[in-house]
Design a protein around this ligand. Structure first.
Ligand code: IMP
Length: 200
């Protein structure tokens, strides 16, 4: 496989993980830093798939010649009725950071109304592939786990230090990138993409 893949994100952590996972399949994997000044699209879909599609098509409109891959992802916590879900990046408000989002989640689950609630959760990811302004593929992935009582580890990004995947007693913030990528929502969605690439 060869050529360039343009990842429709400004999130350097996502680009980094996607580069690690797909590096062998492309000569170059770049992201929206390659389209300076591009107006970010309004992500007003109500599912990961809808927002992933919005991002893929917006980037494809700017660069119709390129193979575009967009990732929309987030954390669903059962005790929060599946939240923050598609609002994961803005859970602590419009100016949220990964740190304030994690703090808010730990504080929320520590409230008396959540005492005794299951701490089960999952990360979900939908990857949409676009070319010449059209969606040409869509792949999803999920990883089940639970929310820790406190943050552990410095690795990964976002909610990684508070998410303990099923079968482990360490958070994604503590586990190696290799272990995370081998089982993560993003890793699984990208397995679908690789199978599609190989058939193409
Ligand atoms: P998006 O960029 O709109 O798709 O928002 C994704 C948000 O979900 C990120 O800001 C993170 O907070 C969270 N998220 C998605 N994937 C991961 C992951 O692999 N680890 C930790 N947090 C993640």
């Amino acid at each position: 496989m060869s050529g360039t893949l343009l990842v429709a994100t400004h999130n350097a952590h996502k680009t980094g993980e996607i580069r690690t996972i797909l590096g062998a399949y492309f000569d170059e994997i770049t992201d929206l830093t390659a389209i300076p000044g591009m107006e970010p699209p309004v992500e007003d879909g109500d599912t990961f798939a809808a927002n992933s599609t919005i991002k893929a098509l917006a980037a494809s409109k700017e660069r119709p010649d390129a193979l575009i891959l967009a990732d929309d992802s987030g954390l669903e916590v059962d005790a929060l009725g599946g939240g923050p879900g598609i609002y994961s990046s803005r859970y602590a408000g419009e100016d949220a950071t990964d740190a304030t989002n994690r703090e808010k989640l730990i504080e929320e689950l520590a409230k008396p109304e959540h005492a005794g609630d299951a701490r089960t959760a999952r990360f979900r990811c939908v990857v949409t592939v676009a070319q010449a302004g059209e969606v040409v593929g869509q792949f999803d992935g999920a990883v089940e786990g639970r929310i820790a009582d406190a943050m552990t580890g410095e690795g990964g990004f976002g909610y990684d230090p508070v998410f303990i995947p099923e079968g482990y007693d360490k958070s994604f913030g503590e586990l190696s990138a290799e272990i995370k990528n081998g089982m993560s929502h993003r890793g699984r969605a990208l397995e679908g993409f690789v199978a599609w690439l190989e058939k193409r």
